[in-house]
Design a protein around this ligand. Structure first.
Ligand SMILES: Cc1cc2nc3c(=O)[nH]c(=O)nc-3n(C[C@H](O)[C@H](O)[C@H](O)COP(=O)(O)OP(=O)(O)OC[C@H]3O[C@@H](n4cnc5c(N)ncnc54)[C@H](O)[C@@H]3O)c2cc1C
Length: 287
């Protein structure tokens, strides 16, 4: 059943653990509820924001004067195996942790690099999440979206995705089809732990954050640039550039969303003034 909350504090639903309220906050359980709410909002000309696990999202302090639809309870996963091919259909709120657990249980390798990314598959596809030289689109077969009142299955070949951009702007991701071509392996758990250890060693997981703040490219590695400019440890209000990983901003001490936004802008300004490089924000603002 659809659950509605009014003036819901978004610090409870985003990994930065700060920010304002969402005027309306809906939690849906199935596709019918999802479409019903979207149609209703469109009719009433309400702004909509689809929220997965909120691990790449920062809600501004003045809040969001619209409808947040949380997909967290819409999270079933179906898996079919035929020879070396495994096809997985996921409702958009299924977490990458749940997916990785399933793959570990049946010994299918390929996605271990994503173990430790704390998002949902909807968020991962929307952002084209990736790590350690892989990205989710390497495994996407199709995405089912809801757009302009219609459900459409779009095959990967017809999606213009790019680095940290799933190419589905203004579309609602209902479900995702993944295709993995790999044999049974006994090493899945070991591989997952390997990647998790790498994260623990390099990322400030003890403090609220939303992963890498800026997009990288072949020749722009934001964390390196920020580190080389000596900006690690810079603080604005309760927000701090992580000492452990210069590409992360952490909520160090009851930061407001404004502190974080000001720190992002400060980094962009310094990097531009010193090097002429425009760093592009990866984190999504809910505003
Ligand atoms: C500690 C930490 C480590 C991280 N490491 C990585 C990493 O290695 N690689 C990486 O790429 N990211 C990383 N991230 C960022 C984040 O976890 C990923 O981008 C993740 O895929 C976002 O998923 P989410 O469900 O939390 O998305 P959210 O933050 O909820 O949403 C992100 C965007 O996706 C949109 N969205 C979500 N669901 C849907 C849907 N169903 N339909 C349409 N739009 C939707 C939202 O509207 C928003 O624009 C990290 C974050 C943290 C906190």
């Amino acid at each position: 059943m659809i659950k509605i909350k009014y003036y819901e504090p978004m610090d409870k639903h985003t990994s930065f653990k700060c920010g304002g309220y969402a005027k309306f906050f809906y939690e849906i359980d199935d596709i019918e509820e999802f479409i019903e709410i979207v149609d209703k909002c469109k009719k009433l000309k309400q702004k909509i924001f689809i929220l997965g696990n909120g691990t790449n999202t920062l809600c501004v302090d003045k809040g969001f004067d619209g409808v947040v639809i949380s997909t967290q309870n819409y999270n079933k996963i179906n898996l079919e195996k035929s020879g070396n091919i495994t096809r997985i259909q996921l409702e958009s709120g299924a977490s990458l942790f749940k997916l990785n657990k399933l793959l570990r249980d049946i010994g299918i390798e390929g996605l271990e690099w994503s173990y430790g990314i704390p998002g949902t598959i909807g968020g991962a596809v929307f952002m084209n999440a990736g790590a350690y030289g892989q990205e989710i689109y390497n495994f996407v077969e199709y995405v089912v979206v809801y757009s302009r009142g219609k459900t459409k299955k779009i095959y990967k070949e017809n999606i213009k995705y790019s680095y940290r951009n799933g190419g589905l702007k203004d579309k609602i991701i209902l479900s995702v089809g993944l295709k993995i071509n790999s044999k049974y392996s006994v090493s899945v758990k070991e591989n997952q732990l390997f990647y998790m250890q790498k994260r623990i060693a390099s990322q400030p997981l003890n403090l609220p954050n939303a992963g890498s703040v800026f997009k990288r490219s072949a020749d722009i590695i934001p964390a390196q640039i920020i580190d080389n400019l000596g900006l690690k440890g810079v603080i604005i209000g309760g927000a701090k550039i992580s000492e452990k990983h210069a590409g992360f901003i952490v909520n160090n001490n009851n930061a407001t969303a404004t502190d974080i936004v000001r720190l992002i802008e400060y980094i962009q300004k310094v990097v531009y003034e010193k090097l002429g490089i425009k760093l592009e924000r990866e984190i999504v603002l809910l505003e």
